[in-house]
Design a protein around this ligand. Structure first.
Ligand code: SAM
Length: 281
């Protein structure tokens, strides 16, 4: 097997979802770069792959240092397979610094595509797929969660987040407040026995999950703003006119830029024009 770094996707639930090429690569690799060697060794046992290999663990806090060890292995002529605990490495998982360092070192890198929770969830949701934004994990603190939602509120794309069961109801409540009546979707336990994907308004999802406490791994999605919502968002002139009556130009610009993720210079110019207009009248 050619020396280099092989990025290998592993199943997110159903063992049968790993590709024959991925299994062969893991079988032949000399070194395995993984998150938790216990999780990866369990997968190898299920796949009948020998554990007589070198395992190097990679975490966000030690990635740069471990990356050098991996590069040294490749330079010594070895094939290194990189996996995460489940799904596609690097996606809300460690690895991008390793790839960056490998590229800088000029070593051979290839990827073996496969399971990725966000893509499967989007496929199941029935929400628009033409444009989407993967935002990663939702923060646990109320303010940070609300700020994150506001940041992407007016983006014309389906929003995709990774979420955990204990936090889902809080997330739905915040989403109802910020995204209002939009369609939202929760895809859980994809490719497992209790796979479920529900797409509805926040109110109905909250009702459902209060009656059926959420369990397992899940992806939360929000549909893009509707045409009417976009129109409301973009009724910037009225918003500015109203707010400038009581607040300073600087405060108003900052507030609207943050709330609607707008271009600062454009809002500033508009606000200035309105303010000057007000002075003249
Ligand atoms: N790199 C992985 C990927 O993209 O496939 C994701 C790793 S991330 C640390 C784990 C999160 O992915 C979970 O908290 C959950 O949000 C999502 N996830 C993983 N497996 C899932 C599944 N079977 N069904 C639904 N969501 C899943």
């Amino acid at each position: 097997m050619k020396s280099g770094l092989y990025i290998v996707a592993t199943p997110i639930g159903n063992l049968g979802d790993i590709s024959p090429r991925a299994v062969e690569t893991l079988r032949q690799a000399d070194v395995i770069a993984c998150e938790d060697s216990r999780v990866t060794k369990k997968l190898f046992s299920l796949l009948g792959i020998s554990l007589q290999k070198k395992f190097i663990t990679l975490h966000d806090h030690n990635e740069e240092e471990q990356a050098q060890k991996i590069i040294d292995e490749v330079l010594a002529g070895h094939a290194v397979a990189q996996v995460s605990d489940a799904g596609s490495p690097l996606i809300s998982d460690p690895g991008y610094k390793l790839i960056k360092q490998c590229r800088e070192a000029g070593v051979f890198i290839t990827t073996l595509p496969g399971c990725c929770a966000l893509i499967s969830a989007l496929q199941l949701s029935g929400l628009p797929t033409n444009r989407f934004m993967f935002v990663g994990f939702i923060p646990n603190k109320d303010k940070a969660r609300a700020d994150l939602f506001k940041k992407y509120q007016s983006l014309d794309a389906t929003l995709i987040f990774y979420e955990t069961a204990p936090r889902l109801l809080k997330t739905l409540a915040a989403a109802q407040e910020i995204f209002g009546n939009r369609e939202m979707s929760v895809a859980r336990e994809i490719s497992k026995v209790y796979e479920e994907c529900l797409t509805a308004k926040a109110k109905d999802l909250i009702e459902h999950f209060k009656e059926n406490p959420p369990k397992g791994e899940m992806v939360f999605m929000v549909s893009p703003p509707s045409a009417e919502e976009e129109k409301t968002d973009l009724d910037l002139d009225s918003l500015l006119q109203e707010k400038l009556k009581t607040q300073s130009l600087k405060t108003v610009v900052k507030e609207l830029v943050d709330a609607y993720n707008l271009n600062k210079n454009e809002v500033y110019e508009k606000a200035l024009r309105i303010k000057n207009g007000n002075k003249l009248s």
